[in-house]
Ligand binder design. Structure first.
Ligand code: IPM
Ligand code: MG
Length: 368
């Protein structure tokens, strides 16, 4: 049998730097755990635009459809701000999500004990926090038609459309309930059913999926604005949150910041199972390309490393090895190793991106 395959798309800004650390860890698993992967690499975002005039070449799209998992760094940067909308770096990422049909975006917000002081919230509000946001990723206002900027009378009008079918809501609701069963068994669904018809349908369908298939899971509903407020007030009331594409974008950034640093958080975007039973999958850090520090060796690779841990868990059935990697990261943090984004304690000198990667490898070695 051939090795499981991974396509690495480092992308722009700090993407290549943080991905270099993930490559070390992938090699470590081959050398030490008998987990060899066939790794290939390609361009996405601004890097692809520079080479091919498009943020995602068709050949790259084809490769992404064929591998067992895609790992993506980050896309975008000021250099590309004035490009036409259709070739902006973000369009490459959105095309991957849409064409791979990665409808369930899992964004954990987990507060590491060693970092509880970094949150802008009080320590007791965030210590031990472990929630999972499941964001619908391939529909809603990000993709709905009609969209565009049109002439109307003597002015222009910008239009985007929020649109959800029952089956789109059903499948992401199922993902959320399945996850909840393996965690705290609670789902809170967020929409704006008080203002939007798509929200009314969302609420009805989530409730129906619950009643018919997941009555054992505790389900609540919240308006998304109240949900944002509750996330800041007492985030530990949540286990799994399921929400649409745009609300999920906003709520997951807010949830991420509760944990102290955006540089820590991974994500998995999962689609329907392939022939081999594994879901189509793309893993990426929640953070962006951080052009202000790109190329300086300052970036925190942990979000990208933890994204690979999610790949081990969700694409490669290696839950124990994912635990090992997450524990190695926890140990490194507990030992006080800090990249520049995590400074705050006195007398701590930051380590570089590659030193953080080496520290994680050392912790992995110590785990054997
Ligand atoms: C995210 C990002 C993307 C989004 C951008 C880069 C297109 O903010 O993954 O949360 O809006 O989905
Ligand atoms: Mg976002």
């Amino acid at each position: 049998m051939s090795n499981p395959s991974i396509l690495i798309l480092p992308g722009d800004g700090i993407g290549p730097e943080v991905m270099a650390e993930v490559r070390k860890i992938i090699s470590w698993y081959g050398d030490n755990r008998g987990l060899a992967f066939d790794v290939s690499e390609d361009l996405v975002g601004g890097a692809a635009y520079d080479a091919h005039g498009t943020p995602l070449h068709d050949d790259t799209m084809t490769k992404a459809q064929e591998v067992d998992a895609v790992l993506l760094g980050a896309v975008g940067g000021p250099k590309y701000d004035n490009l036409d909308f259709s070739v902006k770096p973000e369009r490459g990422l959105l095309r991957l999500r849409k064409e791979m049909d990665l409808f369930a975006n899992l964004r954990p917000a987990q507060c590491f004990d060693a970092l509880a002081d970094f949150s802008s919230l009080k320590k007791d509000v965030v210590a031990g926090l472990d929630i999972m946001i499941v964001r619908e990723l391939t529909s809603g206002i990000y993709f709905g038609e009609p969209r565009g900027i049109f002439e109307e009378g003597n002015e222009r009008v910008g239009i985007n459309t929020q649109r959800y079918t029952e089956s789109e809501i059903e499948r992401v609701a199922r993902s959320a309930f399945e996850l909840a069963r393996r965690r705290g068994n609670k789902v809170c669904s967020m929409e704006k059913a008080n203002v939007m018809e798509s929200g009314i349908l969302w609420r009805e369908v989530v409730q129906k999926v619950h009643d018919e298939e997941y009555a054992d899971v505790e389900l609540s509903h919240m308006y998304a604005d109240a949900g944002a407020m509750q996330l800041c007030r007492w985030p530990k009331q949540f286990d799994v949150i399921v929400t649409d594409n745009l609300f999920g974008d906003l709520l997951s950034d807010a949830a991420a910041m509760l944990t102290g640093s955006l540089g820590m958080l991974p994500s998995a975007s999962l689609g329907a199972p392939m022939a081999n039973g594994r879901p189509k999958a793309l893993y990426e850090p929640v953070h962006g390309s951080a052009p202000d520090i790109a190329g300086e060796g300052k970036a925190n690779p942990i979000a990208c490393v933890l994204s690979f841990a999610m790949a081990l868990r969700y694409s490669f059935d290696q839950g124990a090895e994912a635990d090992r990697l997450e524990q190695a990261v926890e140990k490194v943090l507990a030992d006080g190793v800090r990249t520049a984004d995590l400074l705050g304690e006195e007398g701590v000198t930051p380590v570089s991106t590659s030193e953080m990667g080496d520290a994680i490898i050392a912790a992995l070695n110590a785990s054997l």
